[in-house]
Write a protein that binds this ligand. Structure first.
Ligand code: SD4
Length: 336
C-alpha cells in the first residue's frame, strides 16, 4: 500500500467512526478499516538505522544514541562523524590525519540533509571538526562549498578553535615517507576511519555526511571526492542515500553516489546499485585495478542497505534496534 493510500484509509476510518450508528454494519466496516490501517502501519513501520564505511563502532554508536532517543538523522550524522574526527589515532580523518607531501593536514567534509540542502568544506586546515563547519556552511551561509583560508576564517568567526592537527605519529610517518617520496596509494592502507555515514531517523528522514583528511601524501591542494556532492555523498530523501570511500579520483569521474541514488530511484536495490557503480569504475580501469580501492555503501527509504568494494578488506558498520555490527563487504575481486 502506498503512503497516499494509507492516508486515504486513515481518513476513511475517521469518517466511518464519525458516522457512528447511522451506518448499517458499521462495526464490521470499522473492524476492516482498523485492520487495514494496522496493516498499513506495519508496512510503513520506520526503524531508525545508521551505517558507515569501515569499522567505526564508536561513531555509529554515537549516531545510534541520537536516533534511538528520537533525534534527527542530521544530528546523528554530525555527532557520529565528530567521534572519528576527534580520534587522534585515526590517520585518515580529523586530528591525526596523514598530511600532504608538504606536511600539511588538510581536511574535506560535507553533510546533506533530508531537504536536499548541502554544505561542504575543502582544504580546511587547523580545525578539528570539518563536518560541523560544513553544517554551518549549509545552515548559516548562502553558499554550499567553502575552501581553504576562507573556510578557516569562517569557522574561527563562529568560535571553532584553531589547533595543530599533525600528531607526532603522523609527522613521523610523513618523515619516513619523505625518504623515498614514492606516491603509491596502498589499498586499504588507512584501514580505516575516513567516514561516510548514512542515517534514517524515526520520522523516516535520511541524512548523510562524509569527512576525511584525503589520501595520504597527496599533492598540496589536492581535493578528493568526499566533500563533493554526488561523488562522495548524495541524499535524496524520496529515494535514499549513498556515500563513498577509497580513491576519490575514480569516484569523482563517475559521480558514484549520485549514480547509486538514481539507480535506486529506478528500482534497484541498494546492493545492486552499489555493484553497478563499482562496475562502472572497473570497466574503465581493467588494467590498473590492482592500484586502488573504491567502496560504496547505500541505504533506501525502506532502511535496506547495500555495500560493494573493488577489493577485499572493506567493511561496513551498522546500527539498528538490535545491535551494532561490523561486517565485511562483498567485493568485485572475489565475485569475478
Ligand atoms: C579521498 N575518498 O580523498 C577519500 C579518501 C578515502 O579511504 O576515503 N580514503 O579520495
Amino acid at each position: 500500500m502506498k503512503r497516499r493510500d494509507f492516508l486515504h484509509a486513515t481518513s476513511l476510518t475517521g469518517i466511518a467512526v464519525a458516522s457512528g450508528t447511522a451506518l448499517l454494519s458499521c462495526e464490521n466496516r470499522e473492524t476492516e478499516a482498523e485492520a487495514s490501517v494496522a496493516n498499513a502501519e506495519a508496512s510503513f513501520k520506520i526503524t531508525p538505522i545508521a551505517i558507515a564505511t569501515w569499522n567505526v563502532p564508536d561513531a555509529v554508536g554515537k549516531a545510534w544514541e541520537i536516533l534511538s532517543d528520537g533525534g534527527k538523522a542530521l544530528d546523528a550524522i554530525e555527532q557520529g562523524c565528530r567521534v572519528e574526527e576527534a580520534n587522534a589515532e585515526g590517520q585518515s580523518v580529523g586530528i591525526g590525519g596523514l598530511p600532504d607531501r608538504d606536511g600539511n593536514v588538510t581536511l574535506d567534509a560535507c553533510i546533506m540533509n533530508s531537504e536536499g540542502d548541502y554544505g561542504a568544506v575543502v582544504y580546511l586546515q587547523n580545525i578539528k571538526h570539518p563536518i560541523s563547519v560544513a553544517r554551518k556552511v549549509m545552515e548559516e551561509t548562502p553558499h554550499v562549498l567553502m575552501a581553504g583560508k576562507g573556510a578557516e576564517q569562517f569557522a574561527v568567526s563562529l568560535g571553532f578553535e584553531k589547533e595543530n592537527l599533525l600528531t607526532e605519529a603522523s609527522r613521523k610517518a610523513w618523515e619516513e615517507w619523505k625518504v623515498t617520496s614514492e606516491y603509491k596509494p596502498v589499498i586499504n592502507i588507512e584501514n580505516h576511519d575516513t567516514i561516510g555515514m548514512l542515517a534514517m531517523d524515526a520520522a523516516g528522514n535520511i541524512s548523510g555526511g562524509c569527512t576525511t583528511s584525503g589520501l595520504a601524501y597527496k599533492m598540496a591542494g589536492r581535493v578528493g571526492d568526499s566533500p563533493i556532492i554526488g561523488s562522495g555523498l548524495f541524499i535524496d530523501n524520496e529515494v535514499g542515500g549513498a556515500t563513498a570511500t577509497g580513491m576519490g579520483e575514480e569516484v569523482l569521474k563517475t559521480v558514484g553516489s549520485f549514480l547509486i541514488v538514481e539507480l535506486m530511484r529506478q528500482g534497484m536495490s541498494p546492493q545492486k546499485a552499489c555493484e553497478e557503480a563499482i562496475g562502472r569504475i572497473v570497466s574503465k580501469n581493467k588494467e590498473r585495478l590492482g592500484d586502488f580501492q573504491v567502496a560504496y555503501i547505500a541505504m533506501n527509504k525502506k532502511g535496506e542497505t547495500g555495500s560493494y568494494a573493488i577489493h577485499p578488506g572493506f567493511s561496513v558498520t551498522r546500527a539498528t534496534e538490535e545491535e551494532i555490527t561490523n561486517t565485511n563487504s562483498k567485493h568485485y575481486i572475489s565475485d569475478n
